[in-house]
Design a protein around this ligand. Structure first.
Ligand SMILES: [Zn+2]
Length: 207
């Protein structure tokens, strides 16, 4: 194979990063985060689905939720989540636009009570990625494209060894991203080893 030429101005393989911020993302810092425990090994990516109100896309309400600026009175559904203080590191819109709310070096609030690969409190050592969508419904090809790029960029910077859904780290309590998420397509596009993926997917078994 030919040796790739090295651009001396390029910092490293972590070029798309400004610290723990992805340089291709729309940056909208959220106040909902805290420090990770000392020595946290960021080896898990957690996929979620979210839309506000559920099933309505593109209105900017998810971004408002993560910024604590959502108008709780703007829609009846918002009463059910009034006061919720949450965040994720990333959000991928239906058109594949990437947003970032929390520095990957910090602990975002997306997982809640959870356990995976023998470790609990997954917020401590995971990176949360929200896909704009409705739990159980399919996602857009543009979202997979952005997700795959993001996963590769994250894996170039962190020792990513696992990728799972919220439903896998909090089974029985959470069901996102749900049956409409195509794990097989993601695996094919990422070309990551099967061991990186939830053992029950695909097909996804529910107990
Ligand atoms: Zn979730």
């Amino acid at each position: 194979m030919p040796t790739p030429s090295i651009d001396p101005t390029a910092s490293s393989a972590a070029a798309p990063w400004d610290g723990g911020w992805h340089t291709s993302a729309v940056r909208q810092p959220s106040p909902n985060f805290g420090p990770r425990p000392a020595g946290a090994v960021l080896d898990l990516l957690v996929l979620h689905s979210i839309s506000l109100p559920p099933g309505e896309y593109g209105g900017g309400q998810v971004q408002a939720l993560f910024a604590n600026t959502l108008d709780w009175d703007a829609h009846p559904y918002f009463q059910s989540i009034r006061g919720l203080a949450v965040s994720a590191h990333f959000f991928i819109t239906r058109s594949g636009e990437l947003w970032q709310f929390v520095d990957c070096e910090q602990r975002a609030w997306h997982a809640g009570r959870s356990c995976y690969r023998g470790r609990s409190q997954c917020n401590d050592d995971s990176i949360g990625i929200e896909l704009e969508g409705l739990e159980g419904d399919p996602f857009e090809p543009a979202q997979y494209t952005t997700l795959v790029h993001l996963c590769h960029d994250l894996a170039a910077r962190y020792p990513v060894a696992h990728i799972a859904g919220h439903e896998h780290i909090a089974p029985g309590r959470k069901a996102d991203p749900g049956a409409g998420f195509d794990w097989q397509a993601l695996r094919q596009q990422l070309q990551w080893d099967a061991a990186c993926f939830p053992s029950a997917a695909p097909p996804h078994k529910r107990y």
